[in-house]
Design a protein around this ligand. Structure first.
Ligand SMILES: NC(=O)C1=CN([C@@H]2O[C@H](COP(=O)(O)OP(=O)(O)OC[C@H]3O[C@@H](n4cnc5c(N)ncnc54)[C@H](O)[C@@H]3O)[C@@H](O)[C@H]2O)C=CC1
Ligand SMILES: O=C(O)C1=N[C@H](C(=O)O)C[C@H](O)C1
Length: 254
């Protein structure tokens, strides 16, 4: 069976680990990687990640011109770069190549550009692409409806260098209609990503919590998303809508 060809944007702390998950999955082949600079230009990501086979030729953002996607065809684009990455693949969207965006914080004009692509191709956009956090997000919305008077606070913990409030926490606050002051950020050590939603009720506390213990969790989420997205009609898709549908199909009947 033909492998799914992946075009990958970003090769940073998370991008490298996610790219390696695609390299290690027999269903996929990493066709190329685009990073911002000329660093490691035309080397292979696979070699840099310790594999002997050659896959994932590295290009710089400046290499991505009108012909790039025609010359290096892929079946899906996966973006773990930053807000600006979306500006590089309008042509791919016009060609109907599905897009997974894992960018957690978009500048408004870049989010607008991503949203313009949904008329052309299927786009899966999730600020946190792990299966687990999206189960927590859906469960929290259900719990809020069951206990509408509960006090709710969000705690998000990340590595010391993360400057912005997590996109995940902002998404959780948004779906629960909470003001930003209910998001509490902690920055210590090398925490990959921990989110907890605390429901305070009379005489009891409910804590819904998710911890990414390795950035490979984001790679597994991206692989799950890629398998879901390929073949879908143009439109916007999110991990939580996929998970919500799985809740609907699997709700236990007593
Ligand atoms: N949705 C999710 O589950 C997750 C999302 N993220 C997000 O993914 C993004 C990347 O995370 P990290 O790798 O940790 O960040 P990082 O800062 O370590 O790496 C970013 C990479 O993107 C590249 N880049 C920047 N602009 C680019 C452009 N225009 N074209 C091509 N490459 C470009 C940089 O060269 C660098 O290699 C961040 O937005 C982060 O918040 C991170 C973890 C999980
Ligand atoms: O920057 C990260 O690493 C992460 N960013 C995402 C976010 O901002 O929510 C997802 C994850 O928590 C890790």
């Amino acid at each position: 069976m033909e492998k799914i060809r992946v075009g990958f944007f970003g090769f940073g702390k998370t991008g490298k680990v996610v790219a390696n998950e695609f390299l290690s999955d027999p269903l996929f082949t990493l066709t190329w990687v685009v990073r911002r600079s000329q660093v490691d230009h035309q080397k292979y990501a696979s070699h840099m990640l310790g594999h002997e086979f050659a896959a994932g030729e590295i290009f710089a953002a400046t290499d991505v011109n009108e012909d790039f996607f025609l010359a290096r065809p892929v079946d899906i684009i996966v973006d773990f770069s930053d807000s600006t990455g979306v500006r590089l693949y309008k042509k791919a969207a016009q060609m109907g190549i599905p897009i997974i965006s894992a960018i957690s914080k978009y500048e408004p004009q870049d989010l607008e550009l991503l949203q313009s692509y949904i008329k052309l191709t299927p786009v899966l956009y999730s600020p946190n692409i792990t299966l687990g956090i999206n189960v927590v997000m859906v469960a929290a919305q259900i719990l809020q409806k069951i206990a509408p008077h509960a006090d709710i606070e969000i705690v998000e913990e990340h590595f010391k260098g993360k400057t912005e409030i997590s996109g995940t926490a902002q998404k959780i606050a948004s779906v629960l209609n909470l003001e930003p002051e209910h998001v509490n950020s902690i920055r210590v050590g090398g925490i990959v990503g921990h989110h907890e939603i605390i429901f305070g009720m009379p005489y009891q506390i409910i804590r819904l919590s998710h911890q990414s213990i390795n950035r490979a969790a984001f790679g597994q989420g991206a692989i799950f998303g890629a398998k879901f997205l390929i073949g879908k009609p143009p439109g916007m898709y999110t991990m939580e809508t996929i998970i919500a549908e799985m809740f609907r199909q699997n709700i236990p009947v007593y």
